[in-house]
Design a protein around this ligand. Sequence first.
Ligand SMILES: NC(=O)c1ccc[n+]([C@@H]2O[C@H](COP(=O)([O-])OP(=O)(O)OC[C@H]3O[C@@H](n4cnc5c(N)ncnc54)[C@H](OP(=O)(O)O)[C@@H]3O)[C@@H](O)[C@H]2O)c1
Length: 399
Amino acid sequence: MALQASSVLPSALSLHKEQGKLLDTGFLGVSLTDHHLKSDFSPLALKCKRESNQRNKSLGPIKAQTTATTLGVNSATGEGKKTLRKGTVIITGASSGLGLATAKALAETGKWHVIMACRDFLKTERAAKSVGLSKENYTVMHLDLSSLDSVRQFVDNFRRSERPLDVLVCNAAVYQPTAKEPSFTADGFELSVGTNHLGHFLLSRLLLGDLTKSDYPSKRLIIVGSITGNTNTLAGNVPPKANLGDLRGMAGGLNGLNSSSMIDGGEFDGAKAYKDSKVCNMLTMQEFHKRYHEETGITFASLYPGCIATTGLFREHIPLFRLLFPPFQKYITKGYVSEEESGKRLAQVVSEPSLTKSGVYWSWNNNSASFENQLSQEASDEEKARKVWEVSEKLVGLV
Ligand SMILES: NC(=O)c1ccc[n+]([C@@H]2O[C@H](COP(=O)([O-])OP(=O)(O)OC[C@H]3O[C@@H](n4cnc5c(N)ncnc54)[C@H](OP(=O)(O)O)[C@@H]3O)[C@@H](O)[C@H]2O)c1
């Protein structure tokens, strides 16, 4: 677990509330080479790897439509020649950081159309322009994950576009390490869990049928995780640690009124709320895998992209942190990963033929080679995954 030891969570340098001093993260020392992957994300290669277990047995109307389609290919001129059509991938939070870098990596292959699902249209258009995305390779669609209405509206809009859905990437997140008081989503959930987990939970549940219908050779649902939610790592042990407890706060609605705003029912802590939300992301991926992989053939995956110390995720941190964190990661821990490199990693999980295994939490080693990582006990607790799923279904109004 060299990478785990060399990677630090967002709050690793935080001025932690109780301690009032920089937390010591001097446990590291393994270098992560920031070289660029040479891999081609080509979906063309995927046709060799067409999943043998694309079974669409029990999703009712979805089955009928799936069997009516051909493979994800377009007939080309010439006898019997077929070309793979462009894949469509939705990436939430593609206006900056990892999401934007992934959109770029995929779009510039010319083989993907990226739906940039973002809350700020202008910012996203500018971001797309800034990294040189061509108009024909992306579409910006409005999505505010902190509003369940907006999530439903986004799904309607996407369906109206009549594009197929081949891959969904749940990437957006908020992180409020210095917040003294909780903030809330439009539906009254604590903001980090409400946005990072519940918004994505509803989105992916609503789009599951659309993904199932895809005739693309490898359809995938990816939920970005983090080392910070994994207490089996040194970084995951920097306080405050993730812990969902018995989910009493979540069951109570996370609204801070008749229940705590924290999943475990404890006192509000913004850094912990983020980590808890990441545990929910990783548990949700596994529960999806358990419930739907066999039936739909969809690959469900999560990942830790590395410590991308320069992204907007740290925007609410104190200025000193934002100044010191990137050089600290680069030169002290050597856990630093550039946005470009992280985007290539996530793009691999979207499209590499070698990464079709479902139920996996991917990480990368010192040589930027992907490997199946171990999740912490809590982040792989099957009973907890089931409970998070069931409570989440109630909170977002699916049951
Ligand atoms: N940075 C790291 O070291 C690191 C490490 C491990 C995992 N991750 C994960 O990587 C993912 C991306 O983070 P990042 O580092 O790239 O941070 P980032 O640059 O801040 O990107 C976060 C994205 O989420 C969007 N977002 C926030 N709230 C939203 C909402 N209510 N509705 C829709 N979109 C919303 C932001 O949109 P706006 O532009 O409108 O704010 C932004 O596009 C997250 O899941 C994070 O947990 C990051």
